[in-house]
Design a protein around this ligand. Structure first.
Ligand code: LLP
Length: 419
């Protein structure tokens, strides 16, 4: 389904024109489509229907309560990486029994809080972390179900900043030392080993790295079982990419991805957990700004919009491509633009040399594929307030997060006398 599209020359989110939303809350704003999130979730459910599988939404992709809640209402669990995310998942109604706790280094406080909630499992990334979990479980008279996150040393073929499964990355336990780590876990009090976990990176658009990594995990599972361990669950992590660029990206569907799971791990007869983030919400959201000025300078024509790198960091941080379109399919002559924000950094650039119909001050500009790792990575750099978030459902929309006032932002600071 296409939740975001031109209709009669105007850009719509489902049955709501973006202009209608802009009139209600001003720009910039994030806009999410409920139907798009649900359709992607349902595609995972359908793909996994032959397996005993739990879809744990990677909350970090978009941790808005309304987004977590609509997935939880459909049966999703959650993958969290901090106490804050765990609290968000619980507050949105995800049962603790469906929450897995990942993350490279959990603090004692975070471990204790998660144990008190009786979460489903910890994905453990190091031996010192395992020891802390064991000690905390003993203190609290709890049993921690654990899987080790294995680093399979596989190149995910994605941007280096979001590649996590190579041996030089900080993540997980190296495959070579996995047997030793499991042996140690079995001997520790308060620990119940339940399976194996991995996550090799994000925005992965080829199935090959998954196939390689899963094959290594299958071998490890067989070996551990031979050693007498219970390996009942394999947590496959997230990472499935999306098409940001309809012309050049060819991300596999959840069904194709699950085909690889079946081929490499199906024979193990275990439960699966998947932790998709981006592939559930990435294309279910857009960031909408408006043109402040069109500025000609030397050879360049800058389309300066009121959204900036602090609102949406991906292009500055990962040089990521995002389709950018105007509010109106105006038929105006095409212009080659550099599309930038007003923040005082050259990195505040959304796209260079993009051809689009001529735009004018006040026109809405839509940055597509902003549903994942958009609002969650925003900051108020340059004292720019975090932008509102809007959820569309059919012909209705609601502002699910208001723009904070300047007073509320500045009021967080205490001067020496009042601190
Ligand atoms: N599970 C774990 C343990 C993870 O670390 C991540 C993402 C996921 C699941 C979800 O991965 P996904 O399905 O969304 O690819 N800020 C970056 C992406 C960072 C991903 C970090 N880990 C970006 O904007 O591209």
């Amino acid at each position: 389904m296409t939740a975001f599209a031109y209709r009669d020359g105007h850009y719509f989110a489902e049955d709501v024109s973006l202009r209608r939303i802009a009139d209600a809350c001003g720009t910039p704003f994030y806009c999410y489509s409920r139907a798009a999130v649900e359709a992607r979730y349902d595609a995972y459910v359908e793909a996994l229907k032959d397996f005993d599988a739990l879809i744990c939404y990677a909350v970090k992709a978009n941790s808005h309560q309304a987004i977590i809640k609509l997935l939880a209402d459909r049966g999703a669990g959650a993958d969290v990486v901090s106490e804050g995310e765990l609290r968000r998942a619980l507050a949105a109604g995800v049962p603790a029994a469906k929450i897995v706790y990942s993350g490279v280094a959990k603090t004692v406080r975070e471990i204790e809080f998660a144990l008190q909630q009786n979460i489903r499992q910890f994905n453990v990334e190091s031996e010192p972390e395992l020891e802390e979990i064991s000690a905390a479980a003993v203190r609290l008279d709890k049993t921690a179900r654990v899987s080790f996150r294995i680093n399979p040393d596989v190149d995910a073929g994605t941007h280096e900043k979001i590649s996590t499964g190579k041996s030089e990355n900080k993540f997980g336990v190296p495959l070579e030392s996995a047997s030793y780590a499991y042996e140690k876990a079995v001997g520790l009090p308060g620990i119940e080993v339940c399976g194996i976990d991995l996550h090799i990176g994000s925005q992965i658009t080829s199935l090959t790295p998954f196939a390689h990594a899963f094959a290594r995990v299958a071998e490890l599972a067989e070996k551990l079982r031979k050693d007498g361990l219970t390996i009942s669950t394999i947590d496959l992590g997230g990472g499935l990419g999306v098409n940001y660029d309809e012309k050049n990206d060819h991300a596999p569907s959840p069904a194709e991805y699950v085909g690889v799971v079946r081929d490499t791990l199906g024979h193990l007869d275990c439960n699966f957990i998947v932790e998709p983030g981006r592939s559930l919400v990435g294309n279910a959201g857009v960031l909408v700004g408006s043109v402040i000025y069109v500025k000609k300078s030397g050879q360049s024509t800058f389309l300066i919009i009121d959204a900036a790198m602090n609102d949406f960091l991906r292009p500055s941080m990962y040089d990521s491509y995002h389709a950018i379109v105007g509010e109106r399919d105006s038929g105006a002559k095409n212009v080659m633009y550099d599309i930038v924000g007003p923040v005082c950094e050259t990195g505040d650039t959304f796209a260079r040399q993009r051809e689009m119909p001529a735009q004018e001050s006040g026109d809405l500009i839509v940055i597509e594929g902003a549903g994942a790792y958009g609002s969650v990575m925003a900051s108020s750099y340059n004292t720019r307030p975090l932008v509102p978030e809007v959820l569309v459902d059919g012909d209705e929309f609601r502002i699910i997060r208001k723009r904070p006032s300047y007073d509320s932002i500045i009021g967080l600071d205490l001067d020496w006398e009042s601190a």
